[in-house]
Design a protein around this ligand. Structure first.
Ligand code: G6P
Length: 465
């Protein structure tokens, strides 16, 4: 039975919610609203009456907030056993599913699906059950439920069993693995994941390419008929132009622009990248390509600076910590090999600062977005929107954004360091009129489907059936 009080008409479920809490030394709780495309897109739910966002309590602050009954209206945080959450999030979601969809395994040694994997998988099921239970308990008759991402791949199927009356959607914000790669997963797990997602009325992706990979996996693993009950949607999340333009012109951004200009030095060009320090972002090969540029074309020495922001991510995982250390080591190595008294070739910042990211966006002459694979990559879409003087986008053909932006970018194979170095040179030497023409077209394509519209489009399609 659904109680009157808690019956929501629209529900969103995601691992990370729109707000997080930190516990200060004096015992008070500070709330912080999250950023990013998912949060701003799903914030459109705020305009829907009777909406509920179900998420997990992620740290001690969040758990304390749940215990104290502190929270925001319309947000339900689930206090899942920390050990279960860690197995599900670090173990399965981030170390298995993320690696499969981004093709990150070093395959002679990985993956190994052993007893430890099976133990973690049981936690992943428990964690998905907790979401399915909460959604089933809080959804009104016939409500629309939008489940997000690989953390919650089993939820649509589990929820369908409990509440066949609901309209259920699932959205993958990652790429989807090609079938041969996906089939590295144990057969029963591969089946369970696909059946979980096919429990939804609509299963959605950021690009046609990821949607096609998913349907190919279903056909191969479950058979051609398996897709009969589910519609496949493609909704290419765009940048939030209004928000970005306003935010990028506030005084704190101007301050950081002045500081960055000083670090770069007068008259020099900038190659900017802004990422989470994430294996799929390919930051190390980006640095290698920059080094290759300085090596092969000495005319760029003293004349260009690589401004690289690599913000901490998933530091509970050793492989992320090692990657972060490698980024730092290589930046130092390039600086000691090529730097002079007046020129630091790589300016690396590792402390998250959104205002500084926007400052770099505005100043960038070249934006380097070279992921190995990426569901979309919103940085590629955000930079052209706020760029002051136009910016050339060097873009990996393996980023989802390539489908929409490829025609106006200098496109690279992300593994090819020599070609990436050449692309950087081409970008740095592009004539002003050409660069500004491309930037305008990139900004238009990047903002075609702003986050709120992206969300409402899915909701409407889900309700229409
Ligand atoms: C990126 C991906 C999303 C994912 C999120 C999780 O934004 O595009 O697909 O949900 O990372 O990040 P987290 O920091 O919560 O592990």
């Amino acid at each position: 039975m659904v109680s009157e009080q808690t019956a929501a008409q629209v529900l969103v479920a995601s691992n990370r919610g729109p707000v997080s809490y930190t516990l200060s030394k004096d015992g008070s709780l500070d709330a912080r609203r999250g950023g990013g495309g998912l949060v701003s897109g799903l914030s459109a739910i705020g305009s829907e009456a009777d909406a509920l966002w179900v998420c997990a309590a992620l740290g001690d602050g969040d758990r304390e907030a749940v215990r104290r009954g502190v929270g925001e209206p319309g947000v339900l945080m689930l206090d899942i056993d920390p050990a279960v959450h860690s197995d599900a999030y670090n173990g399965i979601a981030n170390s298995v599913l993320w690696f499969v969809h981004h093709m990150l395994y070093q395959t002679p040694l990985e993956p190994v699906f052993d007893a430890e994997f099976r133990r973690q998988w049981a936690s992943y099921e428990t964690y998905n059950q907790a979401f399915a239970d909460a959604l089933a308990a809080h959804a009104a008759e016939g409500a629309a439920v939008l489940v997000q991402d690989y953390h919650l791949a089993l939820v649509p199927g589990m929820l369908r069993e409990r509440r066949p009356d609901l309209r259920i959607g699932h959205f993958s914000h990652t790429p989807w693995a090609p079938v041969d790669y996906f089939r590295m997963l144990p057969d029963d797990i591969a089946e369970q994941l696909l059946r979980g997602l096919l429990g939804a009325d609509r299963t959605c992706f950021l690009t046609r390419r990821w949607a096609d990979a998913f349907t190919a996996c279903c056909a191969e693993v479950l058979g051609a008929d398996s897709l009969a009950g589910t519609r496949i949607g493609v909704h290419g999340l765009g940048a939030d132009a209004d928000f970005l333009r306003e935010r990028a012109h506030r005084p704190d951004v101007a301050e950081r622009m002045a500081a960055l200009r000083e670090q770069v030095g007068p008259g020099r060009k900038t190659i900017v990248r802004v990422d989470r320090t994430e294996l799929s972002k390919n930051i190390v090969r980006g640095l290698l390509a920059f080094r290759q540029l300085l090596m092969a074309r000495p005319e760029w020495r003293e004349r260009v600076v690589h401004v690289a922001f690599a913000y901490p991510s998933r530091q509970d995982l050793a492989v992320y910590r090692d990657y972060t250390a490698e980024v730092q080591r290589l930046a130092d190595e390039i600086n000691s090999a090529y730097g002079t008294a007046t020129w630091t070739p790589v300016v690396l910042h590792v402390k998250d600062d959104f205002a500084r990211s926007l400052a770099a966006y505005r100043l960038a002459d070249v934006a380097l977005v070279n992921p190995i694979r990426d569901g979309m990559n919103l940085v590629a879409k955000e930079i052209p929107v706020v760029s002051d003087e136009g910016c050339v986008l060097v873009l990996s053909r393996e980023a989802g954004a390539y489908e929409e932006l490829g025609e106006d970018a200098v496109v690279v194979n992300p593994y090819d360091v020599m070609a990436t170095a050449d692309a950087l040179h081409e970008a740095l030497t592009m004539p002003d009129d050409e660069r500004s023409r491309h930037t305008k077209r990139l900004a238009a394509a990047a903002t075609a489907l702003p986050p709120q519209q992206w969300f409402l489009e899915q909701l409407q399609a889900l309700r229409q059936g």
